[in-house]
Design a protein around this ligand. Structure first.
Ligand SMILES: C[C@@]1(CC(=O)O)c2cc3[nH]c(cc4nc(cc5[nH]c(cc(n2)[C@H]1CCC(=O)O)[C@@](C)(CC(=O)O)[C@@H]5CCC(=O)O)C(CC(=O)O)=C4CCC(=O)O)c(CCC(=O)O)c3CC(=O)O
Ligand SMILES: NC(=O)C1=CN([C@@H]2O[C@H](COP(=O)(O)OP(=O)(O)OC[C@H]3O[C@@H](n4cnc5c(N)ncnc54)[C@H](O)[C@@H]3O)[C@@H](O)[C@H]2O)C=CC1
Length: 163
C-alpha cells in the first residue's frame, strides 16, 4: 500500500520519506528517503502531506493525530474518513488531468469512471490545434473574436461528446 502511495506522490512531484521497520524491496529503486524503524512522534515535522499506511490501527491513529496537531494534510489508508485527504482515481492524456472521487470508499466506481473519461480525453494534436486557434482568436477584434471562440467552443464540445 505504501509503495502505491509513494509512486502516486512521486509522480506528482513530491519529495517522499518512508518510515517503516520492514519495507517492500521495490522501494530501493525509488527516489525516496527511507528510515528503517517504527514511527515516532516528531517524525512528521515539515511534512505537508502524511500517509498512515501501517497494518496497525493504533499506529495509524497516532500518525493521524500528530499530523492534524501540526496542521498537515493526512490520509489513513485503512479509513479515509479519519483523515482529511483522499486519493482519487486519475485520467490523464497529453497533460489534461481529471481526478475522480466517489466521495466515499468505492474505488471500483472511481476507477471505472476514470477509465471512461480517459477515452474522452483529446490527443496532443487536437489540443495543439485548439490552443493555436484560441491564441489567434484572442488577438482578434471583439466581434470576430466572439465568433472564433464560439466556433472553437462548438468543436471542443463535439469532440468530448457533447451536442
Ligand atoms: C478511500 C480510498 C483511499 C483514500 O483516499 O484514502 C480507498 C480505500 C480503499 N481501497 C481499498 C481497496 C482497493 N483499492 C483499489 C484501487 C484504488 N483505490 C483508490 C482510491 C481509494 N481507495 C480511495 C477512495 C476512492 C474513491 O472511492 O473515490 C484508487 C482509485 C486510487 C489510488 O489508490 O491511488 C485506486 C485505483 C488505482 C488505479 O486506478 O490505478 C482496489 C482495486 C485495485 O487495486 O485495482 C481495491 C480492491 C477492491 C476493493 O476493495 O474495492 C480498500 C480495502 C483495503 C483492504 O482490503 O483492507 C480501502 C479501504 C477501505 O475501504 O476501508
Ligand atoms: N486505501 C487502499 O486502497 C488500501 C488500504 N489498505 C490499508 O493499508 C494499510 C497497510 O496495508 P498493507 O500495505 O497491505 O500492509 P503491509 O503489512 O504490507 O505493510 C504495513 C507496513 O507497516 C509497517 N509498520 C508496522 N508497524 C509500524 C510502525 N509502528 N511504524 C512504522 N511502520 C510500521 C510495516 O513494516 C510494513 O512495512 C492497512 O491498514 C490496510 O487496511 C490496504 C490495501 C488497499
Amino acid at each position: 500500500m505504501a509503495l502505491r502511495r509513494a509512486r502516486t506522490l512521486l509522480d506528482a512531484g513530491a519529495q517522499v520519506q518512508v518510515i517503516a521497520p520492514q519495507q517492500h524491496p521495490d522501494f530501493a529503486a525509488l527516489p525516496v528517503t527511507a528510515l528503517s524503524r517504527h514511527y515516532r512522534r516528531g517524525d512528521l515535522s515539515g511534512a505537508a502531506l502524511v500517509i498512515a499506511a501501517t497494518g496497525s490501527a493504533d499506529v495509524n491513529a497516532a500518525v493521524v493525530r500528530d499530523a492534524q496537531a501540526q496542521g498537515s494534510l493526512v490520509n489513513d489508508a485503512a479509513d479515509a474518513t479519519r483523515g482529511n485527504w483522499r486519493f482519487p482515481a486519475q485520467a490523464e492524456r497529453a497533460g489534461v488531468q481529471v481526478a475522480v472521487t466517489s466521495g466515499r470508499e468505492l474505488p471500483l466506481l472511481a476507477q471505472a469512471l476514470a477509465e471512461r473519461i480517459t477515452a474522452l480525453l483529446p490527443d496532443e494534436e487536437s489540443l495543439d490545434g485548439w490552443t493555436a486557434r484560441r491564441e489567434l482568436a484572442i488577438t482578434q477584434p471583439d466581434t470576430q473574436r466572439a465568433a472564433s471562440l464560439d466556433a472553437l467552443r462548438a468543436d471542443i464540445r463535439r469532440a468530448v461528446g457533447l451536442a
